[in-house]
Design a protein around this ligand. Sequence first.
Ligand code: HEC
Length: 195
Amino acid sequence: MKKTYAIFVTLALLAGGSYVVRAGEAAKSAAELEKEKAMKEPFANDLGPDKLDVSGYSKEAQAGYKALQNRCTACHTASRPLNSQFVEADGKDSAARDAAAAKLLKEDPQLGKHKFVWQLEGGIWQRYVKRMMNKPGCTVTPADGKQIWAFLSQDSRKRKLGENKASWKAHREKLLADFKVKFPKRYEELYNEKH
Ligand code: HEC
């Protein structure tokens, strides 16, 4: 009787154990596929630096930068978000951010003319952080996500607009030119204005 019970428990543990392993494998392969996709399909962003001096940033943005370095680097390097053309306008809610973006575009039409240098929208970073968080294998928690969004949003205005506009344009144009040489087919796919 005791022996039968022991065999039953062993079988149950084995079955349970193998179920866990199988579930783990399935989760891993979805995450791995996502990573493979991220590596196979590069962006011009990837050719830029993967570090940034954030000592002059707000505490929240500094925490967001740290979380980005820890969590947004599972599938691609930090270069991908750090050298992105995405610029988010400031505002207390999404309607205010959309209005601020429209105002900026009206005041400075150059910002709307080079979409691979500046892609300015009210909630573009919020949307992209959410999009990345939905990917299998992404370990960004909602609290991290909020800080990462705050960092990317502030950083996009600091480094891409105002007095840094010209240096940002030169930086992005250099990345695009280097990318065209290195990945001509992918360049056509992503950055050909005619598409
Ligand atoms: C699970 C893998 C994975 C993780 C983790 C991940 N990404 Fe990505 N990322 C991708 C893939 C795949 C792409 C390719 C395009 C797409 O699917 O949107 C991408 C593309 C991007 C792009 C380029 C989008 C474009 O169209 O220009 C940015 C910016 C980006 N990721 C930022 C982030 C940020 C910020 C985080 C952390 C919050 C993050 N990623 C975490 C897989 C990941």
